[in-house]
Ligand binder design. Structure first.
Ligand code: C2E
Ligand code: CA
Ligand code: CA
Length: 666
């Protein structure tokens, strides 16, 4: 920011010096008295023009198209150069104050317009052509040349100063900015300035003609305004007025094309937690209000060099183009995260939600936009698991090789590197094992054992998930058949991902697998996380119904962590509910957790669903669950996940059956 301030100071001093130079070189010649009316009209139009300037959106939000240049040049040609400078600067100040621009911008705009115009004036004076238009007789070609040159100098200075200040502000390279910025300036503002001599000549004949010509000019102006507004609509999101996805992607492409790799850039992807729930429960109107308010907060939080966009739905993105250390970016994100978690009030009542942030840095985490977006997306996904946090890419994906891991997983599904470990679920009344939950284990050739929490979320994001689940199903059914003959009532429970249950072919895949192994459908239980159901209820329902027709048992996993209510799930063909282990862990010491577990169990029972408590680690917890009427328990107390051979041995030893007896003897 200080560099910007210094630059603005320099421009301000230069503009005063330029005004003195104009005053000296023009010699302060008197303005003919009959031009007072024209002067007053031009000055009035100049101010009016500034008040109605259109923000020049193409050039970030720095440049503007203003009709004022035409009137400033008209005053210049009267000839009243000093008055033109003062009027231009004054009108700029009035306009900027009316638009509530920050003080630095007010000063900069006034100084830079005056300085630019002074450049043009000095050219005309030096070439001896400043008063030629008002003299009797024909204009020489030299006048036209001088006028074009003067206009050119004015816009060159104006464009240069604007681009420098924007480059200092945004951290983009000046040259790149100039290439983009100058052309648009010349075309739009240049066309308006060409009218200046026309205004003057007309006013010289009679000031009363002015309304006609100015009227035509206004039409042209309004027209270009409409063009800009259309362009604004095409590049901005209607709801939040932030940049839209397409414009943002284009901006990111341009940014990387122009940028020196030494100057890092950060991409932040933000996904709102629980927004779908708000939309579903409170309606789209409330959802829209909330999104708009979040958009406003994002926009307000925007610092120098930040580009903020709504990528669609409840996903936002920020490109940070100016920072020296990543800590600045994460600090900023942290403040934004805290700000977003303030309840939204725009619906008339408080609506709370939070955001999960994924950060990736160019060029470290990806040199081209695609890779960088993927990296940020993975980081965001990591954050999403915890919710309301910020995850930087290198902590999750690229740094620890998770991107590479994803590539390895592809091979793993073919090379027999994935195996399943089984964890028993025991009926609290009979003490019998009712099922084994199959938990994926990946024996990576280099990394050793990789746990599902590390690779499933990655796979979930890709087409690979179908292959992984297919592999898991195959192994699970094959292994279950190994205990099936002796223990025909013990099922195998397989975890499914959202991707599986949104895939209308999934039930067919399950059926094919059972057929291939010659296994009865009753051997299989499928665990479904509740968020799967929420995100695409209709599709999921169709898939679940097909699975139910097959004869597979269905249970809701991790219940209590999502935002569904059991009542919502009632219409689905479910058999059991698994209370999430985060609540079960707390039941012995946390009254809140106890309440939650108790009410989930009660409600499930009333709805005719079986209940399973997972994460049971202590006898005290188990006894409490028994007291609340829980049907089945699963956890380290009963048995940890085991490879298939150990599982079979464990069964033979009859471990599970001890649970039905009195607590002291367990
Ligand atoms: P989950 O379905 O909630 O599985 C239970 C997790 O809790 C397992 O972790 C298990 O080892 C752990 N656990 C069991 N008993 C206890 C206990 O008493 N205390 C504690 N603290 N933890 C216990 P794991 O095997 O690391 O699996 C983690 C998650 O990965 C699973 O959570 C499941 O969501 C996912 N997952 C595992 N295998 C598969 C699979 O084949 N397909 C899919 N889609 N997801 C899978
Ligand atoms: Ca599970
Ligand atoms: Ca679970």
């Amino acid at each position: 920011m200080t560099r910007v301030h210094t630059f603005v100071g320099v421009v301000a001093v230069a503009s005063v010096l330029a005004a003195v130079a104009v005053e000296r070189s023009w010699g302060g010649a008197e303005l003919a008295s009959d031009r007072g009316l024209s002067l007053a009209i031009f000055a009035g139009l100049l101010v009016a023009g500034e008040l109605h300037s259109v923000t020049w959106l193409k050039l970030h939000d720095g440049g503007e198209i203003t009709p004022s240049w035409a009137f400033a040049f008209a005053i210049l040609l009267l000839p009243a150069p000093l008055i033109a400078l003062v009027a231009m600067a004054g009108a700029s100040v009035v306009g900027d104050l009316a638009h509530r621009k920050p003080l630095v911008r007010v000063v900069f705009n006034a100084a830079q317009t005056a300085l630019s115009l002074a450049g043009g004036a000095l050219v005309m004076i030096a070439l001896g052509q400043l008063d030629a238009l008002m003299m009797a007789g024909d204009l020489s070609p030299a006048w036209f040349a001088a006028f074009v040159l003067a206009a050119g100098v004015t816009f060159a200075v104006n464009g240069l100063l604007t681009c420098i200040v924007l480059a200092l502000h945004d951290g983009t390279r000046v040259v790149a900015m100039l290439r983009r910025g100058m052309l648009v300036n010349f075309v739009t503002d240049g066309a308006l300035v060409a009218l200046a001599p026309v205004f003057v000549v007309v006013a010289q004949r009679s000031a009363l003609f002015l309304p006609f010509v100015v009227g035509v000019a206004a039409l042209i102006y309004v027209n270009s305004r409409t063009v800009l507004a259309t362009e604004h609509d095409a590049t901005h999101d209607v709801l939040t007025h932030l940049w839209n996805r397409r414009a943002f992607l284009a901006r990111v492409e341009r940014e990387f094309a122009d940028r020196s790799p030494r100057r890092q850039c950060a991409l932040i992807l933000i996904d709102l937690d629980g927004f779908k729930e708000i939309n579903d429960r409170l309606g789209h109107q409330v959802g829209d209000l909330v999104l708009r308010e979040i958009g406003e907060r994002l926009d307000a939080a925007r610092g120098p060099g930040h580009v903020v966009a709504r990528m669609g739905g409840d996903e936002f993105a920020v490109l940070v183009t100016q920072f020296t250390q990543l800590g600045e970016v994460t600090d900023w994100a942290e403040r934004l995260r805290a700000d977003l978690s303030r309840p939204c009030q725009s619906a008339g009542f408080p609506v709370s939600l939070t955001g999960s942030f994924g950060v990736a840095v160019w060029p470290d985490h990806g040199a081209d936009p695609d890779v960088l977006f993927r990296a940020a997306d993975l980081a965001m996904y990591g954050a999403k698991k915890v919710r309301n946090t910020i995850t930087v890419c290198h902590e999750t994906a690229v740094g620890t090789g998770r991107m590479a891991l994803l590539a390895d997983l592809e091979a793993a599904t073919r090379n027999d590197e994935l195996s399943l470990w089984y964890q028993p679920q025991v009926d609290l009344v009979t003490g019998e094992v009712v099922a084994f939950e199959a938990l994926a284990r990946w024996h990576h050739p280099r990394l050793g054992l990789v746990l599902p929490d590390e690779f499933m979320p990655l796979a979930e994001h890709t087409e690979l998930m179908a292959a992984v689940t297919q592999r898991v199903l195959d192994v699970a059914v094959r292994d279950a058949l190994r205990w099936h003959e002796r223990y025909p009532d013990i099922r195998v429970a397989v975890n499914t991902s959202a991707r599986n249950l949104h895939d209308l072919d999934f039930a067919n895949a399950v059926e094919r697998t059972l057929l291939a192994h010659g296994a009865p459908a009753g051997i299989l239980e499928l665990e479904i996380t509740e968020n799967t159901v929420i995100s695409q209820p209709d599709r999921t329902r169709a898939v679940l119904q097909a699975l139910e027709r097959l004869g597979a048992r269905l249970s809701i996993d991790d219940f209590g962590t999502g935002y569904s209510s059991l009542a919502n799930l009632r219409s689905l063909p479910l058999h059991a509910v698994k209370v999430d282990r985060s609540f079960v862990e707390g039941i012995t010491h946390d009254a809140g957790d106890r309440m939650i577990v108790k009410s989930i169990l009660e409600l499930a029972r009333n709805l005719g669903l079986q209940t399973v408590a997972e994460g049971v680690e202590t006898v005290a917890a188990m006894e409490m669950l028994r007291g609340y009427g829980c049907d089945v328990v699963q956890g380290y107390l009963i048995g940890t996940p085991m490879p298939i051979t150990e599982t079979l041995q464990w069964l033979e030893r009859g471990q599970g059956t001890s649970l039905a007896v009195e607590p002291e003897r367990v």
